[in-house]
Ligand binder design. Sequence first.
Ligand SMILES: NC(=O)N[C@@H](CC(=O)O)C(=O)O
Ligand SMILES: [Zn+2]
Ligand SMILES: [Zn+2]
Length: 345
Amino acid sequence: MQDLVIRRPDDWHLHLRDGDMLRGVIADTSRHFARAIIMPNLVPPVVTSADAAAYRERIVAAIPAGDRFEPLMTLYLTAGTSPDDVEAGHKSGLVKAVKLYPAGATTNSHSGVRNIDEAMPVLERMAKIGLPLCVHGEVTSSDVDIFDREAVFIETVLDPLRKRLPELKLTMEHVTTKDGVDYIKTSKANLAGSITTHHLIINRNAILVGGIKPHYYCLPVAKRENHRLALRAAATSGDARFFLGTDSAPHVDPLKECACGCAGIYTSINTMSCLAHVFEEENALDKLEAFASLNGPAWYGVPANDETITLRKQVDAVSYPAKIDTGAGPVTVFDPMFPLHWAVV
Ligand SMILES: NC(=O)N[C@@H](CC(=O)O)C(=O)O
Ligand SMILES: [Zn+2]
Ligand SMILES: [Zn+2]
C-alpha cells in the first residue's frame, strides 16, 4: 500500500450540461474536485453575464449536500458579445474566463466566432482587464484534415492573435498535439495549455482499430502516438504552463452510438485514478500535484486549495461503473483499457 497526499485538485475544463444531465453528473466532479471552469456550450449557449449567473445558480442547486464545490463560470464568445457586459461580469467576480469556439468546430459551437476580427473589441477589453480567453484551438475549413486542425489553428489563428494582442491571456484548451505542446513552450507569458485525462492515455488507434469505438471519439480527436507521448512529457514535467482540464463531456449513449455520434468522453468519475496511473508510469508521481492542483490556480490567479486528497495504491483494481445512469439517460464512462489501482480515499 502506498499513499500519495496532494492538495485537492481542480478541473480547468469541464462540461456539466444542464437539467437532468447536470444533476446526474455533478457528484462525480464535486466528490474529488474543489473547483471547475464550467464550459458554456449549452443549448442555447451561456452568452451574457445574466446567463452565467442563472446557470451558476442551477449548478449550485445541484451540488450534493456536504460537498464543497465552486463552479467557475465562463461566457461563450459570439459576434454580439458586449465588452461592457464581459467587464461587468468579471468585476462582479462571476466570470472567470471567456470561451472562444470557432463556429462549427465542436459540440454546440454553431453560434461561435466565424472571424476573429468580429471579436476584437471584446478581446481588447479582456486584455485590458486581465480576463483569460479559453480557446478551442481547431480550424474548421473542410479542406484541412481533421488530424491537422490544431496545428493549422496555431499557425493561422493563435499565433497571429498573440502578435496582435500580446497582453491577452490565452488558455489553449485540450492540447492534443506535439505542435501544441511545443508552441506553448516557446511562450514566456500569457499562454498556457490544459490537457485532458484521456489524451494522456489513448491515441487514435483507440477509436479506429478493431471496429469503430464511439466512446473514444472526442474533439480535438486523439492523434498519433508521438503526440500522446509529447502530452505525457508536458503534463508530467511540472512545467507551470500545463495543467489539468478533463474536458469530461457527457453525452447519453444513444447520441454516441449512432451513425453520426457526438464528440465527448466522460472522465470525471475516474480521472484521478487514471492520472495517478499515468504519472506513476512516467515516474512522476511527485509532479501530479503540480499538474492537477497547483499550476491551474497559479494561471488563473487564485490560491491553491488548502484541503488535500489521498490517493492510495491498492492491490485490488478500483471499481467504478462502466456506465452511470443520469435522469437524461445512460452515459458510458471512459475505459482506459487497463485496470486502475490508485483509489481516492
Ligand atoms: N470535447 C468534446 O469532444 N466535446 C465537448 C466540446 C469541446 O470541448 O470541444 C462537448 O461539449 O461535448
Ligand atoms: Zn473544445
Ligand atoms: Zn470541452
